[in-house]
Design a protein around this ligand. Structure first.
Ligand code: FAD
Length: 462
């Protein structure tokens, strides 16, 4: 194991391995420490098309395309009394599928192995236990082998990318700046089913999203023939129902029985795993950066499973982070300016999706249900975030999705494709926005800076 490195990346999930791989391809010395041995289980199986251009740039897309994952044509919603679909545009040089339903253990391993192949020094089974600081700047990490903690060491670095996921080494241990979302206080409970039916409508390989009572279900067809079926509901109603029904299993099965759209998919199916539960996953760090370090992916923020945005935000932050670190090391821009760019761009992407998720919840017509009423942003709901400002920034992005600043044009423009369903989920959002003043022309840059790929990934002056 090295004792010094130019860039240390903590965590080998999609955020960490994408950042590490991109940075190595830019010619830097990168070390990645991952606590687990891959393949390892992870939730988060439904990807967005926005990942594709990033994974192409990383050079791993062909491996993903050859891995036999389930092509995802979009999403199909049974949302209150309405049904609609979101159909992803084919994308990329060959116009082939732009998104996948993946088994994360396999997907994450492909990304991590690829990072190794492009020159990252990857060690698995090793956890970062402690960081040393010079003032506010982290300068070294103490690691220990997960299975044999006596095998330990220290590594010094110039720059740190914390991609340690929900564990969030920097945010939870040192900065203590992670704020949990008061609105999306949700619990997810899911398991896997074999012999589930394919949905008989909507884009092929779509994720099914179906509202039920106080919550909603996802149904994700996976490449191994199973279906991931998850219930998301409010924490209070989850706890009350669990107590009343005598456990998570009866709660989960009762909710399936109450949701005809999901029930019909599972009519001849067999549940093949236990029900897993996660909660407290909607949060954001107050700052996504500081001297010498960036937080990427879940280590920085996660909002809600509703729009399947986690891997998108992970790989997107990895891309912007690569641009920031690369330009700083090459002396093209100062650290403060680069880090500000990272903060603004990343937070804006996050807040935009936060508002979009909230709007989806608001558009649910069965407003008698507490869950959907509760999932609405208001200024006082969000500790530390100016929702109105976020809303306005979001308007800029969504209204000009196809013709916005350079940084979004290539990436975010592919987030949602043509809507050919009965109902356009963005109509609701646009209606709300009609009364807002639109900017005269789209911003071309942020604080006079933009992301560029030519000749290398970096931040350039407009
Ligand atoms: P992770 O994938 O969690 O990777 C972090 C890595 O860091 C881990 O491998 C961990 O072992 C390692 N690590 C942690 N601490 C240390 C340490 N101290 N030292 C070394 N290594 C360390 N996203 C989607 O895109 N689509 C979905 O359909 C979707 N569904 C979801 C459903 C639920 C219920 C939840 C909770 C999330 C869902 N997500 C989904 C979100 C998605 O799972 C995450 O956003 C995504 O995995 C984030 O990637 P990451 O690389 O930031 O973190």
């Amino acid at each position: 194991m090295r004792t010094t490195t130019q860039i240390l990346v903590i965590g080998g999930g999609p955020a960490g391995s994408t950042a590490a791989g991109l940075l190595a391809k830019e010619g830097f010395e990168v070390t990645l420490l991952e606590r687990d041995h891959f393949p390892r289980y992870h939730i988060g199986e439904s990807l967005l098309p926005s990942c594709r251009p990033i994974l192409e740039r990383l050079g791993v897309w062909d491996k993903i395309a050859a891995a036999g994952f389930q092509p995802k044509g979009g999403a199909y919603y049974f949302w209150g009394p309405e049904e609609w679909e979101v159909r992803f545009r084919p994308h990329g040089r060959d116009g082939s599928t732009s998104a996948w339903q993946v088994i994360r253990a396999d997907f994450d391993k492909i990304l991590l192995d690829h990072a190794r192949e492009v020159g990252v020094d990857v060690t698995e089974g090793v956890a970062v236990k402690k960081l040393d600081f010079d003032g506010d700047r982290p300068v070294a990490a103490h690691w220990a082998e997960a299975k044999n903690p006596a095998n330990s060491g220290r590594i010094e670095f110039d720059y740190l990318v914390d991609a340690s996921g929900r564990g969030g080494v920097m945010a939870t241990k040192y900065l203590k700046n992670r704020k949990f979302h008061n609105v999306f206080r949700n619990v997810a409970a899911w398991s896997y089913w074999k012999d589930a039916k394919q949905l008989d409508r909507g884009p092929s390989g779509a994720i099914t999203v179906a509202s039920v009572g106080d919550g909603w279900f996802w149904g994700i067809p996976l490449p191994d023939g199973t279906m991931s079926v998850g219930l998301v509901t409010g924490k209070d109603s989850f706890n009350a129902a669990r107590n009343e029904l005598g456990g998570v299993d009866p709660l989960y099965h009762k909710a399936i029985g109450d949701c005809p759209a999901i029930q019909q998919l599972l009519i001849e199916a067999e549940q093949v795993t236990e029900v897993k539960v996660e909660q407290d996953y909607s949060y954001a760090a107050e700052q996504f950066q500081g001297p010498g370090y960036l937080l990427a992916g879940d280590a920085a923020c996660f909002l809600d499973p509703l729009l399947s945005t986690g891997v998108h935000l992970g790989t997107y932050s990895a891309l912007i982070g690569t641009a920031a670190i690369s330009s700083v090391i090459r002396g093209e821009i100062g650290e403060t300016e680069a880090w500000d760019f990272y903060e603004v761009v990343y937070r804006r992407a996050y807040e935009r999706l936060l508002v979009l998720v909230s709007t989806f919840y608001e558009s649910y017509r069965g407003k008698e249900h507490h869950f959907f009423r509760a999932q609405q942003l208001s200024e006082k709901d969000w500790d530390g975030m100016d929702v109105q400002a976020a809303f306005d920034r979001f308007v800029t992005g969504i209204a000009d999705l196809e013709d916005t600043e350079e940084v979004y044009r290539r990436i975010q423009g592919h987030l949602l494709g043509d809507e050919s369903g009965k109902h356009n989920p963005l109509d609701n959002l646009n209606r709300v926005h009609e009364h807002k003043q639109a900017p005269e022309k789209p911003e071309k840059a942020i604080n006079g800076l933009y992301l560029s790929y030519e000749p290398q990934i970096g931040i350039r002056r407009a």
